[in-house]
Design a protein around this ligand. Structure first.
Ligand code: NAD
Length: 322
């Protein structure tokens, strides 16, 4: 089996390669070539940790495996390591033998940023000029950089529940040559053509009244029952797309609109259908489109497979008899 350690990943995978891997696997999910297994997520009763598995099989990319890991809230303060910890395991679909073990921490950020970026490519107006960011935590920097690759943005406007975190996001914008302005939610909605939300909120901040016609939203933070970033009325007003419908209605941003009856699961489209050309995606310049990115195991397998290929080619992967 091959081992690709966490520390090696940053030098191996490019944002383009992550994007390609995620776009392909979303397409395979929509055409029925790839499917995710039921997610396991458990509070293990030790260190307040949440631990689980996300797995699947992609027949088109021949990726089989799982991401194991979760959230250890005391890691940083007690041990100086990050709270989110994960590892991807890939298996040979022909034999069931383990094929690779790959560090999953950076890959999680890259595949999540690639997902919203795929949605922007396929759903945002071509003439989008202003990128709105809601959230300024760990993931937001990856999200900003990936989103900026998809349109000729001239400016970034940002809002965060903890405003003291915004200057760091402004530095990330400056790093790719984009001016950044910290704004109110009203200003953000009035200016932004594309809005990425990436917070751990359990109550909505952005409302339907904030957002102008023609906006594309990528709601990326809600991945658990009870979390919520935008008002349910905004979800109900938008044309809604997601990575996987079952996950979107149970743990994603659409859970609230579905449970209050303002959106039906049948009205939600897998983004892969747009990639494959079986759904038209945006059909009018004044349409509000919303992508609910809940994060599926197949995304992890896709980027991990890409990393293993590159790591083997470049001699970085460590081979172990197993
Ligand atoms: P982080 O802890 O680094 O940042 C948290 C962000 O949420 C910050 O912007 C913070 O100000 C904001 N926030 C905290 N409490 C809030 C509140 N009460 N109201 C509004 N905002 C609040 O976390 P991160 O690593 O950047 O992750 C952000 C979110 O993305 C988390 O919910 C995480 O579970 C989720 N996530 C989703 C995926 C996916 O595939 N969809 C992947 C990774 C992470």
């Amino acid at each position: 089996m091959w081992i690709v350690p966490e520390a090696a990943i940053a030098d191996l995978i490019t944002p383009e390669a992550s994007f390609q891997a995620v776009e392909s696997v979303f397409a395979a999910m929509a055409s029925g070539e790839a499917y995710n297994f039921p997610v396991v997520r458990e509070a293990i009763g030790h260190e307040d940790a949440l631990y689980g598995f996300k797995g699947g099989f992609d027949r088109s990319g021949m990726a089989l495996g799982l991401k194991a890991g979760g959230y250890w809230p005391h890691n940083l303060e007690k041990r100086g390591i990050i709270n989110h910890q994960s590892t991807v395991f890939l298996f040979d679909p022909d034999t069931g033998k383990v094929a690779a073990m790959v560090g999953g921490n950076l890959l999680t950020a890259l595949r999540t940023a690639a997902a919203s970026s795929v949605s922007i490519k396929h759903l945002a107006r071509e003439d989008s000029k202003v990128l709105g960011m809601i959230g300024a935590g760990h993931q937001s920097h990856f999200q900003l950089r990936a989103a900026a690759r998809q349109r000729q943005f001239e400016k970034v406007v940002g809002w965060n529940y903890h405003p003291e975190m915004l200057p760091k996001l402004a530095e990330t914008a400056a790093g790719i040559g984009l001016p950044f302005e910290a704004v109110t939610l009203e200003d953000l909605g009035a200016q932004a053509d594309v809005i990425v939300t990436i917070t751990s909120a359990f109550a909505p901040s952005l409302t339907a009244a904030h957002v102008k016609p023609g906006t594309h939203l990528a709601c990326m933070g809600t991945d658990t029952k009870g979390k919520q970033e935008v008002e349910a009325a905004l979800v109900a007003r938008a044309t809604v797309f997601t990575d996987e419908v079952a996950q979107s209605v149970s743990i994603g941003e659409t859970q609230h609109a579905v449970s209050d009856g303002s959106l039906k699961a049948a009205e939600i489209t897998q983004i892969g259908a747009v990639i494959n050309g079986t759904h038209p995606g945006r059909t009018a310049a004044d349409e509000i489109t919303l992508f609910d990115g809940t994060g599926v195991g197949l995304q992890d397998l896709a980027v991990a497979s890409t990393v293993v290929e590159i790591a083997v080619e470049t001699g970085v992967a460590v081979e172990v008899e197993f």
